[in-house]
Each structure stands twice: as structure tokens, then as C-alpha cells.
Design a protein around this ligand. Sequence first.
Ligand code: NAD
Length: 498
Amino acid sequence: MNIIGHLINGELVNDRARTQPVYNPATGEATKEVALASKSTVEQAIAAAAAAFPAWRDTPVAKRARVMFRFKALLEEHADTICNMIGEEHGKILHDAAGELQRGIENVEYACGAPELLKGEYSKNAGPGIDSWSEFHPLGVVAGITPFNFPAMVPLWMYPLAIVCGNCFILKPSERDPGSTLFIAQLLKEAGLPDGVMNVVNGDKEAVDTLLSDPRIQAVSFVGSTPIARHIYATAAGNGKRCQALGGAKNHAIVMPDADLDNVVNSLLGAAFGSSGERCMALSVAVAVGDDIADKLIAQLQHAMQPLKVGVCTDTHNDFGPLITRQHQQNVENAIASAEQQGADIVIDGRHLRPAGYENGFFVGATLIDRVTPEMESYRQEIFGPVLQVVRVQTMEQAMQLINDHEYGNGTCIYTRDGEAARYFTDHIQVGMVGVNIPLPVPVASQSFGGWKNSLFGDLHAYGPDGVRFYTRRKTITQRWPSADLREGAQFSMPSQG
Ligand code: NAD
């Protein structure tokens, strides 16, 4: 069976001591294996990155950016191959994989602007004959640890920017669908990146623990579930590393009585069930303000959900595919069962869906649950499946209170025609990414991505301007060339322009 290995110092390396199966989630079959790196394999990657760093740091920024221009072209050239690999291991439909890849490419485009992003800040005549400026220096060897749900996009949030800023990178992808991630990283060599600047180690906790403890790693970017994010942040920060750790989510959409319900229903379908709900920005809770709008919303959703098609990634008529593992399928079905046991109405039940020809796949159909309350386990936890829950409240304040009280604060949205209500919402909601009539307010590459509360541990958001700050450290230089008329005597008071 094909074993997916590691990329170290520009070469594919296979350490076969420990491996784990990689499944095709549509068929339920193990089709490949992934090598799980030992501590010493990860240390080889770190050593390669550390050796490559001095020359890469000193490479002119325009030359570093040119690698990214070529990388973007290669990603576009190989888009079909990449999307097929994503579909085969993750299960998402090919049009969705193409959307993910395009979002990743936009982060590469942003990195192409490195000469502009890194030109620094300058203050002429900060004092008499004194000039002062800030430079943004790379950190050294930095690491990224990524989740299964966006095997192309989330790694591309990280390493193009880190590398173009002059760092060397070690990526530890999800062990559940590592094939496309490794394939993409190999394209960097073809784009002209020197060996050792980009390395990929596949693996599990052993690989992550090595990255978190090795003193040569200066910074760690993590994206995954909240319990692991909390652990990664505490460990990396405790070891003196810079860290940003993005966690899980529970994203609510408020549906106001004046909302355009046809638009709401169409956009909720994609935002709740797209990618089987396995998106950290999936809208999994609709908060209907008033019973009248709630009844209409449920009736329209019931109607609109009937034709949804679930199946294999290669049939692009399908709306979404399977879940990532048998275990996750079970977890999602258990969450639906717990809502039912705790008194919610299961309006459409996606459990036990078995598409013809794919009876052993990890499928759950689109599920709609009404009369969910904040005490229910299914409301508090992140389900990460194709499950839309409806909570009924009477006022916008109650709706906002629900969102503000929830432990997660990744994304949210309000559907309304009332500009004043929308402005109040965007001003006061305790969430990092906010939409107004936009169900998935994922920031574009020139902004930055991140949630609040238990959805992000760390000070800076991912990619965009915050990404540049995360992957560089500031050095501020203050300079004077004394001339005869500027020469000063000894000064014992704090220098100032007072
Ligand atoms: P996960 O937390 O299980 O795994 C993420 C990474 O951590 C993987 O590389 C995995 O190998 C590693 N890992 C897992 N257990 C570990 C341990 N005990 N010690 C060290 N490393 C460990 O997450 P997942 O299931 O792959 O992804 C889904 C989760 O990611 C969801 O909670 C989703 O909301 C979240 N997510 C968040 C964002 C965001 O931007 N906030 C984006 C995508 C996904």
C-alpha cells in the first residue's frame, strides 16, 4: 500500500516504523497509509530548516517573492490533481475542493507582495539629526500544525507568508488526509525554493510534542479543535515560543423578523451543510427572533432541504460528501440523538443515510433540529457535521446574549434589512468575524482571520497583516551621524524633544 512520507531538505523520506491508515471516507476503505514521524525524524527536519535559514534570511525579498509567483502558477496548473487528492482523502465535492484551493492561492498572492509588506517604517528627524526606522526580521525556524478539514487552504494560510518573510518552515499536517498537503509542498521545490526552507513531517502527538519542545523552533501556528489548541498554546508559550492557536467554533446566525427569508434559506443551506458542516465557519445555529419567523424558517428549510444530494466527491451534482472518519460519523449521530433525548424536535433526520453504491461510507445526511435550548449538550458542543439547529427567542437582545454567552466566538451573521440593527450587532457582538447578510464572513487574504474567546489563543490573527507581524520581529534602529554643530555634552536626563 502507498505510504505517504515526509519532505525533509527537499527529499521525500519514508520512515515506516509507525504508520496509520488513510481512508477514502466515501467508500470507508483504507486506501493508503501515512508514516508517523518519530522524534528523530522531526529533529532531522528541524536541523535541515535551521541549516537553510541563514542563506534564506539573506536572500533579497524580491527573489523570495518570485518563488511565490511561480508557486501560484504551479498551484493553478496542478489544481485538478490537488482537488482530486482532497476529494479522495477528505470526501469534499470537487467544486468545494476547488473553492478551498482558490482561497489558499489568494494567500500565496498576498505573499507575493512581500517587498511592499516588509519595507518597514521610517521616521526622519525623529530628533535633531536623528533618523529612526523599524525593520521586520524573520524569526528563524517556525512550525505549523494543521487540521483535516482544509488540507490545502489552512497550511497555505501559514507557510507562504512565513517563508516569504524569510523564515524556514516545518509543517505537521493532519494525519487523516495528508496527501494533497504533501503534494502541494513539493511544488515549492519546482518553484525554486532552496532545499530545507520548507519541510513536511507527517505524524501525530509525538511529532507535535517534538516541535513544541525543541528550542530551535521559534514560533508555532496551530489550527484545530479547542482542547488541543489550548494545550498547544500553553505548552508553546511555556517553552518561550510565539504561538497562535486557532480552535473550534459554534457559529450563530440571527434571523430578524424583517429578513429576506428566501435569501436566508438559500444561504443557510450552503453555510450549514457545505463540506458536511466540517468548517470552523459553518453556521450551525439559526436564532430566529419571534415564533412567526421561526415557523416560516422551519417550513421553508424543510422544503429546501429535500433535494439536497449527498455522495461521492467526483459527482459534482452532489451538494456535500461524507464525514472524515467512522468515529466522527458516530459522534455526529450521537449529538443528534442527545438533542432528541433532551427534548428538541428532529425535523429532518440525516442519521442512517446510506447512498447507493457507497453504503460503507461515513455519511450523515442534512439534519434540521428545532426548539433547541442553550442547556442542551448539542447546543453547547461543536458538532462539526451537517446539522442545523434552530433556537427560538423573542428579541434581538436575547439572540445577542446567547451568542455572547457561548464559549466560542469564531464567526456570526445577522440577516436583516435594518441598517441600525445591523450596526448595533456588529458593534456589540463578542465574536471575531461578523457578517451582515453574509453567512460565511471568512476574511479575504488581505485582512486577517481569527475568532475571540475559546476560538483563538494568542494575540494575533492568522494570515494577512497579522500574519506578517506573527512571522517577523521588529527591530528599531535610531541613528545619528554627529557633525561639529550637533555634538552634545553628556546628558543625564532622559533624552526627549521637550
Ligand atoms: P484536531 O485538534 O483533532 O487536530 C488538529 C491537529 O492537531 C492535527 O494535526 C493533529 O494531528 C494534531 N493533534 C491532535 N491531537 C493532538 C494531541 N493530543 N497532541 C498534539 N497534537 C495533536 O482537529 P481536527 O479534527 O483535525 O480539525 C477539526 C477542528 O479544527 C474543529 O474543531 C474545527 O473547528 C477546528 N478548525 C478551526 C479553524 C479556525 O480557523 N479556528 C479552522 C479549521 C478547523
